[in-house]
Design a protein around this ligand. Structure first.
Ligand code: DX5
Length: 234
């Protein structure tokens, strides 16, 4: 299933980093009625101090489910790795603007296979993303330092979310504004009200007794907050 296009309906995007790695297929199934998109956090041990998944994880999920899937490459060389994730079945591939590879090189090798996204770490100004808004389908503001799940949401990032929301609206282009890290019932409304319409949630979903219910609850809170935020800027 291709990545949905921004349609005013907020998405909660479960992160498989927080799922039971011994039962990834069941984890995807447990959220697939409530979520239409999951994210795979890819880490290379260089760009971030952790190692996680390769393209075969995407291939394994794709063999069992048509759910939309983005591969978030927290890696130094996204232009090297992006094609293998797209060919494994990722509908979108997200690189970091801070990576060693120039974003244009990443776009060139990915664009014909999948939707493309660009992400900024907490200490990177959102201005680094703005020149690429015309070329991407998704802009990702990290609300934790990338590398590990279960961290606390960085509320200082909300100013970046608001600035990016204004820039996306001005561009008139269908670009998702995604936040990732520390999203839960205590933080989801602030993120959505600031303008995020795709919110990654790992611990808050797969740490819950009923993951699908957790997705539905977060989505309902986020949708109301997102609409409040949109009214406030009109
Ligand atoms: C950090 C990861 C996490 C993960 C979500 O590199 O990208 O943000 O997806 O983690 P939680 O929702 O558990 O904070």
């Amino acid at each position: 299933m291709p990545l949905p296009r921004p349609d005013g309906r907020v998405r909660i995007v479960p992160s498989l980093l927080a799922a039971d790695f011994g039962a990834i297929g069941q984890a995807v199934e447990s959220v697939s009625e409530a979520a239409d998109w999951v994210t795979v956090d890819v880490m290379d041990g260089h760009f971030v101090p952790n190692l996680s998944f390769g393209p075969d994880l995407v291939r394994a999920v794709r063999a069992r489910s048509r759910i939309a899937l983005d591969a978030h490459l927290m890696v130094e060389r996204p232009a090297v790795f992006a094609p293998s994730f797209a060919q494994a079945g990722a509908d979108a591939v997200v690189a970091h603007v801070e990576a060693a590879d120039d974003p244009e090189a990443f776009f060139a090798v990915t664009r014909r296979h999948a939707a493309i996204g660009l992400a900024v770490k907490p200490r990177t100004p959102v201005d680094r993303l703005l020149p690429y808004l015309k070329a991407i389908d998704l802009a990702l503001v990290m609300t934790v330092e990338p590398g590990f799940g279960g961290q606390n949401f960085l509320f200082d990032m909300l100013a970046k979310v608001r600035a990016l929301r204004e820039a996306i609206d001005r561009s008139g282009r269908p670009v998702w504004l995604m936040v990732d890290g520390g999203v839960n019932v205590a933080t989801v409304q602030a993120a959505a009200e600031a303008g995020a319409d795709a919110l990654v949630a790992g611990s808050a979903v797969f740490g819950a007794t009923h993951p699908a219910e957790a997705v539905r609850d977060l989505r309902s809170m986020a949708q109301d907050a997102f609409e409040r935020g949109r009214k406030a800027v009109r």
